[in-house]
Write a protein that binds this ligand. Structure first.
Ligand SMILES: [Zn+2]
Length: 248
């Protein structure tokens, strides 16, 4: 109660909302610039079970923006070090970590028991796969990305449009923008991760979905934020596949 007292004091956030957080299972895909911050905020806020997945080790170039890691952690696995940090931050929650890539062989099993998936991965292959499995299993997804000075955030939930409705696969096949290739300011992924974690709390505690079927664009040069509504694409391969698998 003391740990969460500033939250429980909040108008519009009571013990019931706090208990919902405690009961929540959340998967965080990627322990990089976005995953580090999202995971820490959710741990502090009191999300009961956090599962981390990342195959990478910590490199010196990560320290500029990935706030869970220090110079002593270089060479160690991100998922391990982040899990340890979350335990230190909040010993009252459960953490599970996987040192592997999320791929077709493990995605279903990792996602099926979650209440929410938070994607902060650094590549389109994983992003499309997470979207596909979340749509198939009807698990809510909040996806955040940051590149250069720009950030994006959106939510897929229930019968809403999916990531592929918004960004059809064919159009993105040739692009492979990653921070590793194109650079990112220290703050940009942390802004987007904070927004992602905030949305996660609204959803888990209060069942609010302000970015369901909406794309939030954050421009780090002008500090402007725009929210665009988007429609379900009737030709979306992913939505058609999951609809025929689970007819309603
Ligand atoms: Zn779709």
């Amino acid at each position: 109660m003391h740990f969460y007292s500033r939250q429980i004091l909040l108008d519009g956030w009571d013990i019931e909302a706090q208990e919902k957080l405690k009961l929540a299972n959340v998967l965080i895909v990627g322990c990089g610039g976005i995953g580090c911050t999202t995971a820490e905020l959710l741990a502090r806020a009191g999300v009961g079970k956090i599962t981390l997945i990342d195959a990478d080790t910590i490199e010196v170039s990560n320290l500029q923006r990935q706030i869970a890691y220090t110079a002593q952690d270089i060479g160690f696995y991100k998922a391990d070090i982040l899990a340890k940090r979350l335990y230190q931050v909040n010993p009252h929650i459960r953490i599970e970590s996987y040192i592997t890539k999320l791929d077709a062989s493990n995605a279903q099993q990792l996602i099926i028991n979650q209440d929410l998936v938070l994607d902060g991965c650094d590549n389109f292959t994983t992003r499309y796969l997470v979207n596909q499995i979340c749509t198939q299993l009807n698990i809510p997804l909040i996806s955040a990305s940051a590149i250069g000075f720009q950030g994006q955030l959106f939510m897929v939930e229930g019968e809403s449009a999916c990531y592929e409705c918004l960004f059809p696969k064919q159009q993105h096949a040739s692009e492979s923008l990653r921070c590793a290739d194109s650079g990112v300011l220290a703050t940009t992924p942390n802004v987007m991760a904070s927004l992602q974690a905030h949305h996660a709390l609204l959803f888990l505690g209060l069942a609010k979905t302000p970015l369901k079927q909406k794309l939030l664009l954050w421009d780090g040069l002008t500090m402007q934020q725009r929210i665009l509504a988007f429609e379900k694409d009737r030709d979306c391969v992913n939505c058609q596949a999951s609809h025929s698998a689970h007819p309603h």
